[in-house]
Design a protein around this ligand. Sequence first.
Ligand code: ADP
Ligand code: MG
Length: 314
Amino acid sequence: MTLEFEIINRYFKKNTNVPLGIGDDAALINKNKREFWAISQDTLNNDTHFSSDTPPVELGWKALAVNVSDIYAMGGKPNYALLSISLNQHNEKWLKGFSQGLHACAKKYGVEIIGGDTTRGATSISITIIGSVFKKNVLKRDAAKVEDDIWVTGKIGLAAIGLDCVKKKIAMKDGLKKTFIEYLNKPQPSNIYSLQAKKLFHSAIDISDGLIADLSHILKSSGVSAEIFSNQLPVHPWTKKNEAYHYALYGGDDYQLILTAAQKNRSQIELLAKQEKIKLTCIGKITNGKKLKVFDTHGIPLKNLNKGFLHFDK
Ligand code: ADP
Ligand code: MG
C-alpha cells in the first residue's frame, strides 16, 4: 500500500452512512429512488500537477476534465462543479485564459459551475464535481469478474510522453511534441454513459496514476487478477515504433477509463462504441490468478511491474 492511501485510511477514513464513501472514484449519496448523486474532488497543484509555464487555458480545461473523468468512472453523468482556487497574484491575462479553458470544458461535458472559493496562496486548483448516476448503472471498482474482458477508452500513455517532452527528457519533431503535450494538458474523458445505460460493464476506474496502478485498484477491490497484452494496448504509433510501452503501462494523466465486462457483451460493446464514436479497446482479461501478468509484444511476461505515480513515496 502506498503512503497516500495509508494516510487516507489511517486519518480520514471513518464509518459513514452513505451508500458509498471513501475508496472509489466518487462517493455516492441518495438522490431519489432510482438515482445517486456521485461526488468527487480533484486538485491540481503548481509544480506537482502542472508547471508555471502550463498555458492557463489548458489548465482551466484540465482542472475540470480530471473531475469529469471520475464521474464517468462511476457510470454517471457530470452536472455541477464548485471551484476552489488559490492564486499567488492577480494576473488578468492568466485568469482570462484559465476561465476560458474551464468554461469550454464545462460546456463540452455539460457541467455548470455553481460555487467555489477564491484565496491567495501557492497556485492550487481544486474542483468538487457532482454528477448523477442511475443506481442500476453504477460502476464500482469491486465488481470485476473472472473471465471479464478488460477494456480501455481512447489512447493511453500519450500524456506521459507529453510530460517527458515538457521536461525535455525526450526529443522529437515539434508537431509530434505538440500532439503529446496537448494530451497532457487537455485530457478528453470518454463519455461511456450511453453504453452503461445498457448495463454493459461490471466495473470501472479512470486512469490518473497509470494503467497498471489504476487497474491494480480494481483487481485488489474485486479480489481478482488479470492478464494484459502489450500488443493490444491503444498506443500512439510513436510508442510502437520506439517500443516505449512503459509510457502506456505506467504513465499517468491519461484520464481514460479502464472497464471490465462479460465476454458475451463484446460484440454489443463494439457496435455501440462505434455508433457513439467512442474508441474502446480490449487489452486483456480478468483471471483468478495470484499475480497481474503483463505480456510484452513478443508474448513474454514482464518482470518487476512498476506501480505508477505515487504522491508521497520517494
Ligand atoms: P482518484 O484518483 O479517483 O481521484 P484518489 O486515489 O485520489 O482517487 O482517492 C482514493 C479515495 O480516497 C477516493 O474515494 C477519495 O475520495 C478518497 N480520499 C482521498 N483523499 C482523501 C482525504 N483527504 N479525506 C478523505 N477521503 C479522501
Ligand atoms: Mg479516479
